[in-house]
Design a protein around this ligand. Structure first.
Ligand code: GTP
Ligand code: MG
Length: 369
């Protein structure tokens, strides 16, 4: 393992443990003779004495690399992953509801989306994966995580409200991650809808409509009256075609956690967007700091599925703990490897926290002096 007891490290370097303790204190790390120190700290302190530390033990990167190498011949077209972004209440969830022909909005507390929903939609012209994001500013961190797995952003702007702070935030997120934007001007049914104003305001942020000589795609829609939806889906699939999205479905899966929770009956439950390979029931996985054997996979309608390929969001049960949104999930051939990687990560995290508290207590000490 990548930790070593301080006295042992001192012994191997042929120095006194006390010398090392003093040196570590100088680096802001409080440690006692019998305390373990993590690899990174060991490298630093050894360097101070002119030593190099060689990592002879287990390396998680090696195990993980084995499963992520790709064979170009096995790449196949995959559905686009589309994230719906926009200001609060501009109609993101409503739009997804008409696309999915469901009524998620009605089930939401106060009509405000609290988490990222991941959906898989079979349209007449092809499959699209959608991520619904909350518009409230408190969720901007989650939104930025959402952008990491996104191929296309659909920016929803209410025609009666125009460009608002979270509209601008969404534009900036998309630009920063190089994701193409399709603008959906929603609520066109409203009497005070002013699409010209929306186009003007968005032009100021670099989104100039094609009709005005720019290259931004605008679609006028109404989630309420179900108009413009087919055109929106068409534009998404057209954009996806240009992107030539590909993945290898024929290997162990990897993907990212969209959301996760502790379910009183089922234990840790995570919604994962599979990005490469195929995830199957029985697979051993590492997920953030946790590991496990996938017991059940369910699609966004709660149906049990055997497997999930690229761009497919699935809910999984069987993890040792609740991962965080944005955590990576990797399936491994060997269950022992999965546990080992997880333990390794937990240990690394603990050492980090320990180093942090040590540093803090040292600072406190100096303050008192
Ligand atoms: P957050 O998740 O809280 O950011 O909101 P949201 O963007 O998902 O908006 P949501 O779909 O919850 O819709 C907000 C309100 O606008 C609801 O009352 C909807 O009924 C209404 N609404 C959505 N789309 C339309 C539309 O096309 N026309 C009209 N008239 N109202 C709409
Ligand atoms: Mg919503």
């Amino acid at each position: 393992d990548e930790t070593i007891v301080l006295s042992e490290l001192a012994k191997r370097m042929g120095i006194k443990a006390n010398e090392m303790i003093v040196k570590l204190m100088g680096m802001g790390v409080m440690a006692t003779v019998n305390q373990t120190i993590d690899y990174d700290t060991a490298v630093l302190v050894a360097g101070e004495f002119g030593y190099e530390v060689e990592k002879a033990s287990f390396e998680e990167e090696v195990i993980l690399k084995k499963t992520t190498e790709d064979d170009p011949e096995k790449l196949a077209a995959r559905p686009p992953v589309v994230t719906i972004m926009g200001h609060v209440d501009h109609g993101k969830t409503s739009l997804l509801d008409v696309i999915r022909k469901t009524r998620v909005t009605e089930g939401e507390a106060g009509g405000i989306t609290q988490h990222i929903g991941a959906y898989h939609v079979q349209t007449d012209k092809g499959v699209i994966a959608f991520l619904d994001t909350p518009g409230h500013e408190a969720f901007s961190a989650m939104r930025s995580r959402g952008a990491k797995v996104t191929d296309i952003v659909v920016l929803v702007v209410a025609a009666d409200d125009g460009v608002m702070p979270q509209t601008v935030e969404a534009i900036n997120h998309s630009k920063a991650s190089g994701v193409p934007i399709i603008v959906a001007v929603n609520k066109m049914d409203k009497p005070d809808a002013d699409p010209d104003r929306v186009q003007r305001e968005l032009s100021e942020h670099g989104l100039v409509p094609e009709a005005w000589g720019g290259d931004a795609i605008f679609v006028m829609v109404s989630a309420k009256q179900n108009t413009g939806i087919d055109e929106l889906l068409e534009m998404i699939l057209l954009q996806a075609e240009i992107l030539e999205l590909k993945a290898n479905p024929d290997k162990l899966a990897s993907g990212h956690v969209v959301e996760a929770k502790l379910d009183s009956g089922r234990g840790p439950v995570a919604t994962v967007l599979v990005q490469e390979g195929t995830l199957r029931a029985g697979d051993s996985v590492v997920c953030g700091m946790h590991y496990g054997k996938i017991r059940v996979l369910q699609d966004d309608l709660g149906r049990t599925v055997e497997s999930a390929g690229p761009s497919m969001p699935v809910e999984i049960v069987g993890l040792s703990g609740v991962p965080m949104a944005g955590d990576e999930l990797v399936a491994l051939a060997d269950e022992k490897d999965a546990r080992q990687v997880s333990q390794h990560r937990i240990q690394k995290q603990r050492s980090k926290e320990l180093a942090k508290t040590n540093r803090l207590s040292l600072e406190g000490l100096f303050e008192k002096m």
